[in-house]
Design a protein around this ligand. Structure first.
Ligand SMILES: [Zn+2]
Length: 394
């Protein structure tokens, strides 16, 4: 059991964000040895089919606004990309999670409009949102790059990011080796699965990780040029875009992209469907940030993952989940109950059923991507301990 938990935590840490917060005093992992490891992307394994729902597909949100998204939840998610047409070019919200995803995004954007990409707004630093930027800028080198000042800093901080700022064969090989380790874990889980449903999901997970290995070959984390403290406007007669910082939430620097004339908001991973992600998050401030998000008066919400949402019903569900976590965890944390006993002394079955019903596959990842990290975050918040933004285990 311990081994399984460890592997899942490692997987989540490698692939999306930290499964638990790390102490500020812990130094980042040492730089890898100069000698490159003999690991290449896996090109022999089976790759995803369109039915697996790994590859993003375009859909129109309204006139002049499109969403590129994965059709369903994936073990290794790719952040949603919104495309907003202005008179003199396109504004992208996020860039995909890898150079490979970024290249596919370039192709989809060119199908949508002949106009150039004039700006890319990165909503937050988690790798599934900025790591396609290298491919986007290869296609449109003059595009502005924008994020909050917090995210701008994270993207150039080696202790935060798990891919280098410049080509580094040794780090690339080490990252590929981490992916192959996760492929091995997935294969083992599939072999141990007791149902056809479980086996089918693990097999699809293995296919997507093979693709992810190809997509991440040579991945870089590039800096963004413009940092937003609280508001930046990319003006346009039809579709002005406001880049807003409304407070800490999913990360310490989530950007919110607001189209006041269309009443559309792109919320990054402040809102993720079908269930939220809670890596390195700020539960109390997240609820306050939701208050400011709702005060915009949006009608349509583009989440960081998942389909376009209408109205505030799903946002209210996530707020209630955050309130539930804080209400259960805070008294235990204040009473000095150790973190590793919190799960056995709380009951989140009601919110779990609300997000994923009885689906065993989604339940597993609801626990890994949401419940465990957000409970840890609420525990640290209650005890006044820092929440660390880092993909690098200390
Ligand atoms: Zn994400």
């Amino acid at each position: 059991m311990r081994k399984i938990m460890l592997a899942a935590a490692v997987a989540a840490t490698v692939l999306h964000g930290p499964a638990r917060s790390h102490d500020l005093s812990v130094q980042p992992a040492e730089a890898p040895a100069a000698q490159p490891l003999p690991i290449a992307p896996n090109v022999e394994g089976s790759l995803p089919t369109p039915e697996d729902g790994y590859f993003q597909v375009p859909e129109q949100v309204t006139e002049g606004v499109w969403l590129l998204r994965q059709p369903r939840f994936q073990v290794q998610p790719i952040g949603n990309v919104a495309v907003i047409e202005q008179a003199d070019g396109l504004v992208l919200v996020d860039s995909g999670g890898s150079p490979g995803a970024g290249r596919r995004i370039v192709d989809m954007v060119r199908e949508i409009s002949p106009k150039p990409v004039k700006a890319v707004v990165i909503t937050h630093w988690h790798g599934d949102h900025p790591q396609g930027l290298s491919a986007i800028l290869e296609a449109w080198p003059n595009a502005r790059t924008i994020a909050t000042v917090q995210t701008q800093t994270h993207l150039v901080t080696p202790a935060t990011m798990n891919t280098p700022g410049a080509p580094d064969p040794a780090r690339n090989a080490a990252f590929q080796q981490q992916i192959q380790g996760f492929v091995g874990y997935i294969r083992q889980m599939g072999a141990n699965a007791r149902t056809d449903y479980g086996r089918a999901n693990w097999a699809a997970g293995e296919r997507l990780m093979n693709q992810y290995a190809l997509d991440m070959d040579g991945a870089l984390t590039l800096p963004v040029q413009e940092g937003v403290a609280d508001r930046l406007v990319i003006d346009d007669a039809e579709r002005p875009v406001e880049v807003l910082y409304l407070g800490r939430a999913n990360t310490d620097g989530d950007a919110v992209i607001w189209l006041p004339r269309q009443r559309i908001v792109a919320a990054g991973d402040i809102v993720v469907h079908p269930f939220p992600y809670g890596f390195g998050s700020y539960p109390g401030e997240w609820i306050e940030t939701f208050g400011r998000l709702k005060a915009l008066g949006f009608e349509t919400l583009i989440p960081g993952h998942g389909p376009v949402l209408q109205g505030t019903a799903y946002v209210d569900q996530v707020i209630a989940a955050l309130e539930d976590v804080r209400a259960q965890v805070t008294p235990l944390a204040e009473a000095g109950v150790p973190l590793d006993q919190i799960m056995s002394r709380t009951d989140f079955s009601a919110q779990r059923t609300g997000f994923v019903g009885e689906d065993p596959w989604q339940t597993r990842w609801f626990n890994d991507f949401w419940l465990q990290p957000i409970v840890t975050a609420a525990y640290r918040e209650a005890r006044g301990e820092p929440i660390i933004q880092s993909l690098n285990p200390g």
